[in-house]
Design a protein around this ligand. Structure first.
Ligand code: KG4
Ligand code: ZN
Length: 367
């Protein structure tokens, strides 16, 4: 099945063409029990992202009105490139997938109306995709294991707007078990970076400065880490950095480049400790086979390494899945993969032929 996917929920205009296949292969032991094993192969035929980061960096964050306008300006160019790189004709497409939430409403609308037009003109299904499910499925792009070896899985999704722990008992079987009570992890990175006068987006900047910093220098809070729930909170960490910087100013002390490195390392460590601590505990409690990481913050090397090594130490039988770096932050490839599994799992596939008539952007859509 060839899917063209569109992602415009925030500040990346992205289009991908993805070919997804299901293969059923009875292995020797399974043949005896008359069982078949189902595997999926995902091939990215093209994947184009036009980032607006430079535009928004001037304002220190994403300006929704500007983002929507840029999506409208950039869309056709990105679309044409994606079709060209995939070496396909539009008539070879089997479906269109589009992010319809969560995200910035006017940005979402640009992607949605383009997808509606395409699905209508080609008379093909239009699959509306939840952006956070896209992040969850970004780790499945190169995964070829039988679902029986993957699920149950625990997913930690960490992005600019969300921090969630989701239990996945199978494809399309999601249950949220915890989330942030205030700021998302990416938001904490971005806001703290702004306080330190580092450019937008703050996550990669903090990570870069942290490389030369001492993470034991400042003991920032790790809220909720030792509570038995699976929720997170990062607002206290942000306030703690704010107070520290305010006190420096009051005492007429300069915030030196060295201090910025040490604060960055200490903040990153506090965030990683909270994310990894809760994930390991949830993985134990729910006896999962796999832990999956997703969302923009999954590009953070410290987080990837810490989660992998803590899993190896505490739960060595649990497999770790995380997206390749190019699929960590917002991209259309993950939307195609999520769209494919949603389509595969739907009993009534014909309904997707009617989606173009009624699909609304949902800025606060939940998993
Ligand atoms: O998933 P994403 O691209 O967009 C949303 O859906 O929000 O995530 C963007 C977030 C931003 O907050 C950004 O600072 C953070 O991901 N991020 C990082 C890194 N790369 C991106 N945070 C920490 N370390 C990174 N290397
Ligand atoms: Zn995202």
């Amino acid at each position: 099945m060839k899917i063209l996917s569109i992602e415009t929920s925030c500040d990346e205009t992205s289009v991908a063409v993805v070919e997804a296949k299901e293969t059923r292969s009875p292995s020797k032991s399974e043949r005896k029990n008359h069982k078949t094993s189902t595997r999926y192969t995902i091939k990215i035929l093209s994947h184009v992202i036009s980032s607006q980061i430079k535009t928004h960096a001037k304002f220190g964050g994403v300006v929704p009105e500007v983002a929507a306008r840029k999506h409208a300006e950039n869309f056709m160019g990105v679309f044409e490139l994606a079709i060209g790189q995939a070496h396909i004709k539009l008539t070879q497409l089997d479906a269109v997938a589009v992010t319809y939430g969560p995200g910035l409403v006017t940005s979402l609308m640009v992607g949605i109306s383009s997808a509606q037009t395409l699905a209508y003109a080609l008379s093909i299904p239009l699959i509306p995709v939840n952006h956070m499910k896209g992040h969850i499925y970004s780790s499945f792009i190169h995964e070829t294991r039988d679902p029986q070896e993957i699920f149950p899985a625990l997913v930690l999704t960490v992005s600019g707007g969300h921090t969630e722990l989701v239990l996945m008992r199978g494809y399309e079987k999601f249950k949220k078990i915890g989330q942030t009570l205030d700021d998302a992890a990416g938001e904490a990175f971005d806001k703290i970076a702004k306080m330190l006068s580092l450019p937008y987006p703050g996550g990669p900047e903090i990570a870069k400065h942290a490389e030369s910093g001492d993470h034991t220098k400042y003991d920032f809070p790790r809220p909720l880490l030792h509570q038995r729930n699976f929720d997170f909170s990062f607002a206290g960490l942000k306030t703690s950095v704010l107070y520290f910087l305010r006190d420096q100013k009051k005492q007429h002390k300069r915030v030196t480049p060295r201090m910025i490195m040490d604060i960055s390392a200490s903040v990153q460590q506090a965030i990683v400790d909270c994310l990894v601590g809760k994930t390991i505990r949830a993985a134990k409690q729910y006896k999962v086979q796999t832990v999956i990481l997703g969302g923009g913050v999954s590009a953070n090397k410290k987080l990837r390494e810490a989660l992998e090594s803590q899993l190896a130490e505490h739960l060595p039988h649990v497999k770790f899945m995380r997206p390749d770096f190019e699929y960590c932050t917002d991209n259309a490839a993950m939307i195609a993969v999520a769209g494919y599994f949603q389509y595969q799992g739907a009993k009534d596939k014909k309904k997707f032929l009617q989606t173009w008539k009624r699909i609304d952007a949902d800025p606060t859509l939940e998993v």
